[in-house]
Design a protein around this ligand. Structure first.
Ligand code: KIV
Ligand code: ZN
Length: 387
């Protein structure tokens, strides 16, 4: 089919777990990691090993458990972090160290009280040091979204020379516009010497609601890894949602990009993560929200009953949802009512339906949703009245 693969780097257990109140214990992390491996992600970022003994232990246990995906640990650009990550990853079949440093002027000045040359030197030393432990070293240029492209290209060139295999270009603050982020990836692809030795990776935050759009723009412009989380969990407004990028690439075959994710597991995976993290998914969340395949207005319901494709671009079964639902509300029409009556065993004639519909509206105006019990009661009342 002449389509190129985009690797899926899942960071639910690292960036996703940075959500306040979403802390997971090792046992819960192992459950999620095993399912992520089954889902088909290419990389599992298991944690930030130096951050706490608990996180170290989780990364180590996940390394022992995971069979297919690469297992990755985050570090800052210093030897102690890297030593600790290497130790935590020592049982992994395919270990990756993810090291990096802030590259925007704001990070260089306020976080490091340093200068551009020194930052490049620290980045190079970190990558070289990580390479003494593992072959697969990913470098992140934190706040790359607000780093000027020319300097960012110099950083990328230097770390590729030092042995980085993946270049992560994070829009850490979720500031970029999709066109701007896409241009950044294109600029790096065209201006960094040795870029063919490394994969460019998108890591986008959702502060302005553009994380998914930015990641897709990055992929269109040559990035071949997307970093994301289940349900879009993550710092502040979250990260790119895994289920969204996977389904965008699956639906838009025109992009000629694909992932190896088993999309039928997306909904069960979302429920699992939401339950374990105690973090509800908003009902209107794309792909995995409770309303993602629910139709409540009469016009839409009539269309979907005639042919699902009138209002649905995805077959719900493709993402592990049994079927779309027709929700009966005061905005529903006769066609949805007849459909639901039939579903619960009442095949009504057109005249009966006209009558029943008036009774239905009275009930529907008094509550948010009319359920099957309400419908049975409507039938009973009407039958009694008619005698
Ligand atoms: O958002 C970010 O910049 C990050 C890096 C640490 C990869 O999460
Ligand atoms: Zn992040």
């Amino acid at each position: 089919m002449n389509s190129e693969k985009v690797e899926i780097f899942d960071t639910t257990l690292r960036d996703g777990e940075q959500v306040p109140g979403c802390k997971l214990n090792t046992e819960q992390k192992l459950i999620i990691a095993e399912k992520l491996d089954e889902l088909g992600v290419d990389v599992i970022e298991a944690g930030f090993p130096i951050s706490s003994p608990g996180d170290f232990h989780s990364v180590s246990e996940i390394s022992k458990l995971v069979r297919n995906a690469k297992v990755c640990g985050l570090t800052r650009a210093n030897q102690k972090d890297i030593d600790t990550a290497a130790e935590a990853l020592k049982f992994a079949k395919r270990p990756r160290i993810h090291t990096g440093i802030g590259t925007s002027d704001s990070h260089i000045k306020y976080k490091f009280n340093s200068n551009r040359e020194d930052i490049i030197e620290r980045a190079v030393q970190a990558v070289k040091y990580a390479k003494t432990y593992v072959e697969d070293v990913e470098f992140y240029a934190e706040d790359a979204g607000r780093t000027d492209n020319d300097y960012l290209a110099k950083v990328c060139e230097a770390v590729i020379k030092a042995g980085a295999t993946v270049l992560n270009i994070p829009d850490t603050t979720g500031y970029c516009l999709p066109e701007e982020y896409g241009e950044k990836i294109k600029y790096l692809r065209e201006n960094v010497k040795g870029i063919d030795k490394a994969i460019l990776s998108c890591h986008c935050h959702n502060d302005l609601g553009m994380a998914t759009a930015n990641s897709i723009a990055g992929a269109i412009n040559g990035a071949r890894q997307i970093e994301c989380t289940i349900n879009g969990l993550g710092e502040r407004a979250g990260n790119t949602a895994l289920e969204e990028v996977v389904m965008i690439l699956k639906q838009h075959t025109d992009l000629k990009l694909h992932t190896d994710i088993n999309s039928k597991m997306l909904n069960p995976m979302s429920v699992l993560v939401s339950d374990l993290m105690g973090m509800a998914v908003q009902p209107n969340k794309a792909i995995v929200g409770a309303n993602a395949f629910a139709h409540s207005s009469g016009i839409h319901q009539d269309g979907v009953i005639k042919n699902r494709e009138t209002y649905e671009i995805i077959d719900p079964a493709e993402v592990g949802v049994n079927a779309s639902s027709i929700v009966l509300t005061a905005r529903s029409g006769r066609s949805a009512l007849a459909y639901r009556f039939k579903h619960i065993g009442f095949d009504v004639t057109k005249n009966e339906l006209d009558f029943l519909y008036q009774e239905f509206l009275k009930v529907a105006d008094s509550k948010k949703e009319v359920n099957n019990d309400d419908l049975s009661r409507i039938i009973e009342n009407v039958t009694r009245k008619i005698g």
